[in-house]
Design a protein around this ligand. Structure first.
Ligand SMILES: NC(=O)c1ccc[n+]([C@@H]2O[C@H](COP(=O)([O-])OP(=O)(O)OC[C@H]3O[C@@H](n4cnc5c(N)ncnc54)[C@H](O)[C@@H]3O)[C@@H](O)[C@H]2O)c1
Ligand SMILES: NC(=O)c1ccc[n+]([C@@H]2O[C@H](COP(=O)([O-])OP(=O)(O)OC[C@H]3O[C@@H](n4cnc5c(N)ncnc54)[C@H](O)[C@@H]3O)[C@@H](O)[C@H]2O)c1
Lengths: 203, 203
């Protein structure tokens, strides 16, 4: 229904509303939101109207109400069990990252093909052999998989996740992977953030 | 001069051009770029006109020429020495991440306050005590710092980086840090990508 760029703007609005809500702000206008996020007020109004949210003319939007609508629409009012594949450096950093838990994304199982890792645990979560992926996904009703394996293994891991019934994948490996149309793939690539820095330094 | 959202679109255009360039495409129109990236053709034309790039009417843009203009504008035709602070899980994953080197970002020194880590090395790069930051930044003419330390230490590390002359910071720690106006701060937060997944699954 919506392209990713619109959805990522919903996330931006939610983060902004949470921030001003904590500062005790009760109402915000589309121009205030636009100014803070480098957008135009018409763009903000159009985006929010998709969600049936229309601010009171001249007054604005109720911060708490709009934030809770965005949370519902982004599916953040639930707890999402997640499986992590790759118990290496990145996997360890993702496992202990507080940003996931805070938004209801809970890593319930970790998989690795290294026999020295399978059978151990991080905190209270077991690291299992990759062959136990299908049974765990069924047992814990998991829809989201995170890929933190080297480039050469990423497509194979994606195929195993899809084969086990996962419907959404967060891919940290730097290569293009293919998934069927009914599976949502989101790549994470920090080079865009880095390029914003080299741009700034080249001015 | 440009808000970050415009610069991050320049990165998107570059990535797209590199991809189609490899597939042998010689010319692209603004509509083709817009369609591939979920943007509108007028938005693409406006962005590229900022760079003095105007496609030939009805014919489009030369892929190789436009890509090399974008590389120059994003500062990617140089090598950027980078310091990494925090030799933990995330630091290790960032150090071995091929995506950095491919775009000319080279980690030249790693810092950590843990006495057991300072004095060791990863590949051919030394892990130094955080007190050696100022001399290293001067010696290797470093402008970019990456923060991969726990939340409680992030602001202190940012202050040390700024105090040593760094002008751009990539922050992975999940808290808001303050830097002076002449320093560019870019936070990395994968929750927006995760929220795109929970959005998709809630439809
Ligand atoms: N997007 C980013 O910002 C970013 C940053 C850092 C690293 N990375 C990427 O993340 C990935 C992991 O990096 P790392 O530093 O943690 O590597 P690592 O070598 O420390 O860890 C990789 C783990 O994957 C396991 N593995 C390999 N093949 C597997 C398979 N078929 N099934 C299950 N497990 C398998 C290995 O046993 C190992 O434990 C790499 O692709 C790297 O390029 C991305
Ligand atoms: N944005 C993201 O996607 C993302 C993902 C994973 C982790 N993180 C964040 O990255 C950070 C690092 O995570 P980690 O898993 O690598 O943690 P870690 O504990 O494995 O590593 C942290 C390292 O920082 C060092 N350190 C602490 N205080 C320091 C100081 N004042 N100066 C220098 N070094 C210092 C420690 O000695 C340790 O080696 C955390 O803030 C975490 O929340 C972000």
């Amino acid at each position: 229904r919506f392209p990713d760029r619109v959805v990522s703007r919903f996330s931006l609005y939610l983060r902004y509303l949470k921030q001003v809500g904590q500062e005790g702000v009760y109402l915000v206008t589309s121009s205030q939101i636009a100014q803070a996020l480098h957008l135009t007020a018409p763009q903000v109004r159009r985006d929010l109207s998709y969600l049936g949210q229309f601010g009171l003319a001249g007054v604005g939007y109720n911060v708490k109400k709009l934030a809770s609508t965005l949370e519902k629409v982004l599916g953040l009012n639930k707890e999402w069990p997640v499986v992590l594949v790759g118990a290496g450096n990145l996997g360890a950093a993702l496992f202990s990252y507080s940003g996931f838990r805070r938004r209801g994304f809970k890593i319930v199982a970790i998989f690795d093909k290294d026999p020295k890792k399978a059978g151990t645990r991080w905190a209270n979560v077991a690291i299992l052999d990759i062959d136990r992926l299908p049974e765990t996904i069924k047992q814990k009703d998991v829809k989201i998989g995170v890929i933190a394996v080297p480039q050469y293994a990423a497509q194979e891991v994606a195929d195993r996740l899809v084969g086990s019934g996962v419907k959404a994948i967060l891919n940290f490996s730097p290569c293009k992977i293919e998934v069927p149309d009914d599976v949502k793939l989101q790549d994470v690539d920090v080079t865009t953030e880095l390029e914003t820095l080299s741009w700034f330094l080249s001015q």
